[in-house]
Design a protein around this ligand. Structure first.
Ligand SMILES: Nc1ncnc2c1ncn2[C@@H]1O[C@H](COP(=O)(O)OP(=O)(O)OP(=O)(O)O)[C@@H](O)[C@H]1O
Ligand SMILES: [Mg+2]
Length: 292
């Protein structure tokens, strides 16, 4: 697919890919695509931050390259690494005479023994890729600083090989669940968009686009109930993913309506914390009353 020409066109394309983006999100993505800026998506758990990168890659016909961040991630997991095991095997296979040769060691640090990790892969792929840097808030400060540098020039220097640069950078989507504040410098480099919980109508639409088999009336009931659950003081309020799961579960069990009993039996699809379960159980009548 060629680049969409307007925000509306991008919204439509995403919808065809099964993702409903509101105007704000679609605008951020459109600008990012057009002006080659990274986008930082923050939001609650399970509101479609990761999914939008996947769908965008699919509808644009680009490769999705995903870097999942975690505590302690470093450049050897993110950028590249030398394939130590293969290097050792190679050395063993060489004769003494070959080993003494001038370029034997140089060859050990050539492309053949280089293990590409997602960031190097993305720099090489350039605008043929969507680079998803998922859950950046889990990585530590040093890694964030390193990313900042990469995002500013899309250039990677490997001492033994040389510099690799993307002529046209990939579309970069960073996500964060805000378990910690990100640095201003990183935020400044990115377009920022906060994804909140969708309004009830939109969330119903999302359930139906994802689970077309679920009756619309059941979807509406489930969404209304989830909205009530979110108003309770919970440790882990349910995201859109949970709404979809709950609707799918109820439908699978042949429920066409949301009764307190049916809800109670299937609560595990939507509430995933023991204390939260108790709070929700205490309010089931009201939650399933159907009122929005
Ligand atoms: N706007 C949307 N349109 C279509 N599907 C959506 C939308 N928002 C959420 N979803 C659905 O919710 C699921 C969860 O979304 P996703 O995994 O992207 O959430 P997330 O924000 O990355 O959550 P986490 O913080 O847990 O990583 C997706 O698989 C998708 O089916
Ligand atoms: Mg995610």
């Amino acid at each position: 697919m060629v680049k969409p020409g307007t925000v509306g066109e991008l919204t439509e394309t995403l919808r065809e890919g099964g993702y409903l983006a509101d105007r704000g999100l679609a605008t951020a993505l459109f600008v990012a695509l057009s002006l080659h800026r990274p986008v930082l998506l923050e939001g609650e758990v399970g509101v479609g931050k990761t999914e939008v990168a996947k769908v965008l890659a699919a509808v644009l016909g680009r490769r999705l390259i995903r870097l999942q961040c975690y505590e302690g991630i470093d450049t050897s997991q993110a950028l590249y690494e030398w394939d130590y095991a293969r290097q050792m095997l190679h050395i063993r296979a060489l004769s003494e005479r070959q080993l003494a040769g001038d370029d034997a060691v140089d060859k050990l640090f050539g492309p053949k023994f280089l293990l590409e990790r997602p960031l190097l892969d993305a720099v090489r792929a350039g605008d043929q890729a969507v680079l998803l840097i998922d859950e950046i808030d889990r990585a530590d400060d040093e890694f964030e600083a390193f990313l900042l540098e990469l995002l500013s020039d899309f250039q990677i220097s490997i001492p033994e090989i040389g510099t690799i640069k993307a002529d046209r950078p990939p579309l970069v989507i960073l996500t964060s669940n805000r378990t910690r504040e990100l640095h201003d410098a990183l935020k400044r480099r990115c377009l920022y968009h906060w994804i909140g919980y969708p309004a009830a109508d939109r969330e119903t639409e999302i359930v139906l686009i994802r689970e077309p088999g679920v009756p619309a009336a059941l979807a509406r009931k489930v969404v209304a109930a989830v909205h009530r659950i979110r108003q309770l003081d919970l440790a882990k309020p349910p995201g859109v993913a949970e709404t979809i799961d709950w609707a799918r579960t109820l439908d699978f069990l042949g429920e066409t309506d949301l009764s307190p009993d049916g809800a109670s039996d299937t609560l595990g699809a939507v509430v995933k914390d023991r204390d939260d379960l108790e709070v929700v159980r205490d309010n089931l009548e009201e939650i399933t009353s159907g009122a929005p």
